[in-house]
Design a binder for this molecule. Structure first.
Ligand SMILES: O=C[C@H](O)COP(=O)(O)O
Length: 257
């Protein structure tokens, strides 16, 4: 069975109430989406309720992160069970901005990302689990070591084979995020093919065949179609361009592929 493309929009820490309303209205007025596209948007925690209430029913609303723990004394956190209870089905884990840390906060280790991924799946969510190397790691020839042996292996160690049905892997080379520098279709396809082959060896050929592997890093309306033509690229996780009407062009770029 062909894999359905996942087109994700990660809004990160962006949007006023007015801007979020505009974005939702742009999506709502966009006409039919390609039948081979599953659209997911991830507003901030604060904007999730308004987006969930207002957005068209064929757009899934995701959170950008979840707690590694369940309900309890964890100030500022959102438990995976709470997300499911609220009626949402998707969450992003392991985004590089969370792995690296920011504002003086420590980043998340691969073990924490794996634990969150597992907890979220156990709560009934589908997870967009992000992996990807930094520029230094790529230049040192360590791309696959980081992506496969560090990021993906930690997740695979935590999950049962069945749980992979609830995972979308997002390959996001850190050097291409928000920089305007997109990995070339060849560079992205190479890593995606390696991820699929690794999944085949370490998890199972069935899981490798079924798992959607999406690309993130300066995806735009102008490059989405070419990236989507690559055999192992099953969609996108879009940052900056998901905050613009251009996101509709990115969704429509998979039409007929
Ligand atoms: O989650 C999305 C990625 O970080 C890509 O962001 P970008 O499209 O702004 O490069």
């Amino acid at each position: 069975m062909p894999r359905k493309y996942v087109i994700g929009g990660n809004w990160k820490c962006n949007g006023t109430v007015a801007q979020v309303s505009d974005l939702v209205s742009t999506l709502n007025k966009a006409g039919d989406f390609p039948s081979n596209a599953e659209v997911v948007i991830a507003p901030t925690f604060l904007h999730v309720p308004m987006v969930k209430d207002a957005v068209r029913s064929d757009v899934n609303v995701s959170l950008q992160n979840c707690s590694v723990d369940s309900f309890g004394a964890y100030t500022g956190e959102i438990a995976p069970e709470m997300i499911a209870d609220f009626g949402l089905k998707w969450v992003i884990t392991g985004h590089s901005e969370r792995r690296t840390g920011f504002g003086g906060q420590a980043g998340e280790t691969s073990e924490i990302v794996a634990k969150k991924t597992k907890k979220a799946i156990e709560a009934g969510l589908t997870v967009i689990a992000c992996v990807g190397e930094s520029l230094d790691e790529r230049e040192a020839g360590n791309t696959l070591k980081v992506v496969l042996e560090e990021h993906l292996a930690a997740i695979a160690d935590a999950l049962s084979q069945e749980q992979w049905a609830k995972v979308v892997v997002a390959y996001e080379p850190v050097w291409a995020i928000g920089t305007g520098k997109t990995a070339s279709p060849e560079q992205a396809q190479d890593v995606h093919a390696s991820i699929r082959s690794w999944l085949s060896d370490k998890v199972s050929p069935e899981v490798a065949e079924a798992t959607r592997i999406i690309y993130g890093g300066s995806v735009k309306g102008s490059n989405a179609g070419t990236l989507a033509d690559c055999a192992d690229i099953d969609g996108f996780l879009v940052g900056g361009a998901s905050l613009k009407p251009e996101f509709i062009d990115i969704i429509n770029a998979v039409e007929g592929k």
